[in-house]
Design a protein around this ligand. Structure first.
Ligand code: SAH
Length: 246
């Protein structure tokens, strides 16, 4: 059985990669992925064979990786963050039965919600959920329904794919839905280019969030009713402070 590793690289530079991710890359004969992520690992393993594809060629990229694994090579498919969170690990597992003797091994990575949360402090100290605002593969009505549910439940909400050149108003609409249930002064934050050159973070409130310079390289954090600002950090308390006086 040859192995096809679905490897999450974490948000950016080498220090965010897990040891398991590095071991999987070291074990691979061929490393595949979107150009930007392949360029991140090339300097670490210059002797490997590489295959890159453009952004929207996910199915071709997965089939190529599966074909090479079926030919007997150990292959690594690299993704940013975690390969199973809005990534390609699932598609690889779904397609694998069409290929002979290929085992898909998922190698976890630090997803943007977690790495971005650390930059802001501890905004995810209590129940949270993630919602992607990309309607490329998910109908917008479904996204709105999930935003409603998450806002109604007073979750901390991480928004992935918050805005792109083509999806300019999705974040504005998401904020409108949030404000049906959450106060306009709810603490929010965003982090751009987490773990990469040009990392930038900012704390704001829900009523101002849609005016911020948020793009597709940004992860957005919307607080719960309990989320607070401490200096330049955000905290959603778990509740330990209730025990402090006892
Ligand atoms: N598999 C990835 C998510 C891919 S969806 C993961 O687990 O993190 C792409 C979205 O993820 C981006 O639009 C952005 O919202 C978020 N994202 C991924 N990497 C990021 C980074 N380094 N900095 C900020 N946001 C990031």
């Amino acid at each position: 059985m040859s192995k096809l590793y679905a490897v999450g690289l974490g948000p950016g530079n080498e220090e965010f990669m897990t040891g398991e991710a590095k071991n999987a890359l070291a074990a691979a004969d061929l490393i595949c992925g979107y150009t930007v992520y392949v360029d991140l690992v090339k300097p670490l393993f210059p002797e490997k064979e590489y295959f890159t594809t453009a952004m929207k060629k996910e199915i071709d990229r997965c089939r190529f990786a599966l074909e090479k694994a079926a030919e007997g090579k150990n292959v690594a498919m690299v993704c940013s963050g975690d390969s199973g969170v809005y990534g390609m690990a699932g598609l690889l597992i779904q397609l694998a039965p069409e290929y002979k003797d290929v085992e898909v091994v998922v190698v976890c990575g630090v997803t943007a919600a977690i790495s971005g949360s650390a930059v802001l402090g501890a905004p995810l100290g209590h129940d949270f959920c993630t919602v992607s605002l990309s309607d490329l593969l998910t109908p917008w009505e479904v996204i709105e329904k999930r935003l409603e549910g998450a806002a109604m439940g007073d979750f901390n909400i991480c928004l992935y794919n918050p805005r792109s050149h083509k999806r300019v108003t999705h974040l504005n609409r998401a904020c409108e839905i949030m404000m049906k249930y959450k106060s306009p002064d709810t603490v929010c934050g965003w982090v751009k280019n987490i773990g990469r050159d040009g990392q930038e973070a900012h704390i704001t409130t829900l009523d101002k969030l849609a005016d911020e310079p948020i793009d597709m390289f940004t992860t957005v954090f919307i607080g719960s009713a309990n989320t607070k600002v401490y200096g330049n950090q955000i905290v959603t308390p778990r509740g330990y402070e209730k025990r402090l006086d006892k």
